[in-house]
Design a protein around this ligand. Structure first.
Ligand code: HPA
Length: 273
């Protein structure tokens, strides 16, 4: 039996043989936001199924491929598709890809997601720069024996989402004339959507958006001292905000509607790295 660190290393070595030197940044694309991967120039694509030990996602809207290519003259690695805690994977599996990106030598990680808007000032389709998160998944990806090669047992989480990268996102949005929101992302286990009572509770905690990903990846990335940016696409207003039920189709529809803006915002960030 190989150790987790060995499996991470094997996956990284497999990828290094195919993609060469570490790209300047990696971008994890959330539900319905995978098109950025197809916008990259001179692309090399690797299917998740071909990467040793790499977990596969079966959620609709997640493609399951890694693409390395250029955007605005920068070499970028994009992950179209991630696995989620609610699929039944443990958080070590959920964060396997993040570990591999680090092992490849990538230092800048952009995490994107679809999220429900808790802040009633947000519009459906808005993009939110994540300033901080609340991990309410009921677990933590660092539970278990600590492998010091990744980082500390008790890593600092004072600035999970880099001030520098958040400022780059603002600069990118300004240059496009796009108004982006800022706020706190609360990560929940899912897969059921929240109740209105839960959303009211999260609002009193200071949360602006809710989703089922990102926090585990951000935590392990910070343990490994990667620089993290988080961007949420507010695909729907959270439960109880509007007098209508939630449906995954709405999430996908809104993501499809704003993907042009989303891609342009990411390109602007990449250009400014
Ligand atoms: N809640 C949780 N996760 C989500 C939502 C939501 O409203 N929208 C997109 N992902």
């Amino acid at each position: 039996m190989s150790t987790y660190f060995e499996r991470v290393t094997q996956a990284a070595e497999f990828l290094r043989a195919r993609i060469g030197a570490a790209p300047e940044a990696a971008i994890v694309l959330g539900s319905g936001l995978g098109d950025f991967a197809d916008s990259l120039g001179d692309a090399t694509t690797v299917r998740y199924a071909d990467i040793p030990h790499w977990p596969a996602s079966r959620v609709i809207g997640h493609a399951g491929k890694l693409v390395v290519g250029t955007a605005r003259g920068r070499r970028i690695l994009a992950l179209a598709g991630r696995v989620h805690f609610y699929e039944g994977h443990d958080l070590a599996t959920v964060t396997f890809a993040t570990r591999v990106l680090w092992k490849l030598g990538i230092q800048v990680l952009v995490l994107t997601n679809a999220a429900g808007g808790i802040n009633t000032k947000f519009a459906q389709g808005a993009l939110m720069v994540i300033d901080d998160h609340i991990n309410f998944m009921g677990s933590n990806p660092l539970i278990g024996p600590n492998d010091d090669r990744f980082g500390f047992r008790f890593p600092d989480m004072t600035e999970v989402y880099s001030r520098r990268l958040r400022a780059l996102a603002d600069a990118s949005a300004n240059a496009m004339g796009l108004a982006v929101e800022h706020g706190v992302y609360v990560a929940v286990h899912g897969p059921s959507y929240e109740t209105p009572a839960e959303i009211r509770t999260f609002r009193t905690w200071g949360a602006d958006a809710v989703g089922m990903s990102t926090a585990p990846e951000a935590i392990v990335a910070r343990q490994m001292r990667m620089e993290v940016l988080g961007i949420s696409c507010i695909t729907n207003m959270a439960a109880g905000v509007l007098p209508q039920p939630l449906h995954h189709d709405e999430v996908m529809e809104t993501a499809a509607r704003v993907k042009g803006q989303f891609i342009a915002l990411l390109e602007g960030v990449v250009e400014r790295l």
